[in-house]
Design a binder for this molecule. Structure first.
Ligand SMILES: *Cc1c(COP(=O)(O)O)cnc(C)c1O
Length: 230
């Protein structure tokens, strides 16, 4: 199933890139494997997927114990400050830096090991109460402060768009995130030169690609529906 799903997703990505006049190489597919067994990750690896997204530190570390091949692991979910020390040296990107306090903690923990954290800052573009992320208006000020942290490199912005029936409804949020990134880059803030946009999930990644996504985070579309047992 994973293999077939990946073929279909890849075709959709290529078509969206074509529509947008973009090179396929500009878009990285993150296979969001949260809640899914390592066997499914291994199946995706057979289709040459090397970038995986997890949203829980514990689950990420458990999977890394079993799968020892070098992969790009991206942390995409809300990160608690007391978990930061566990991911030092273990993730390619943290997509979900949603506060200055969290960034400070990342700076402190990565500094202890002489590592650099490669991050994206999460923005709550639709201003949903239920979601993490900075408000668009405060993003520039927070970035100016994060820019001073020597062990953090900010690569771009991330957003989780609302759940919608029609993906076109989210186009405005993707477009606005892209615009926010361009606007902030134009201010020539020291140490801030962002070129990554993490946006688009199973329901709306094609629209996100049309609006400039460089990372799309696709879970259900690759691995099927998730079953949560609490
Ligand atoms: C679960 C998750 C995804 C993937 O969602 P799908 O709709 O299954 O593709 C993407 N981004 C984040 C932050 C997630 O937590």
């Amino acid at each position: 199933m994973v293999t077939e799903n990946l073929l279909a997703v890849e075709e959709n990505i290529q078509r969206a890139c074509q529509r947008a006049g973009r090179d396929r190489k500009e878009v990285t597919l993150i296979a969001v494997s949260k809640t899914k067994p390592v066997e499914m990750i291994q199946e995706a690896m057979k289709s040459h997927i090397t970038t995986f997204g997890e949203n829980k530190v514990q689950e990420l570390l458990e999977k890394q114990k079993i799968i020892t091949q070098p992969l790009d692991w991206h942390l995409i979910g809300h990160l608690q400050r007391n978990k930061v020390k566990q991911i030092v040296g273990r993730v390619t990107r943290i997509h979900s830096v949603d506060s200055l306090r969290l960034a400070k903690q990342i700076q402190n923990e990565f500094e202890k090991s002489g590592e650099t954290a490669h991050i994206l800052v999460e923005v709550n573009m639709a201003k949903e109460e239920s979601k993490f992320g900075l408000m668009p208006e405060e993003t520039e000020d927070v970035l100016r402060e994060i820019a001073a942290f020597p062990n953090i490199r900010v690569h771009g912005l991330m957003t989780i768009a609302p759940y919608v029936e029609n993906p076109e409804e989210n186009r405005i949020h993707f477009r606005n995130l892209h615009k926010l990134l361009v606007d902030i880059n134009h201010k020539n803030i020291d140490n801030i030169n962002m070129d990554e946009l993490s946006m688009g999930m199973t329901g709306d990644y094609e629209v996100a690609i049309e609006e400039g996504a460089t990372y799309i985070r696709v879970g259900t579309g690759i691995f099927g529906n998730r079953i949560y047992i609490s």
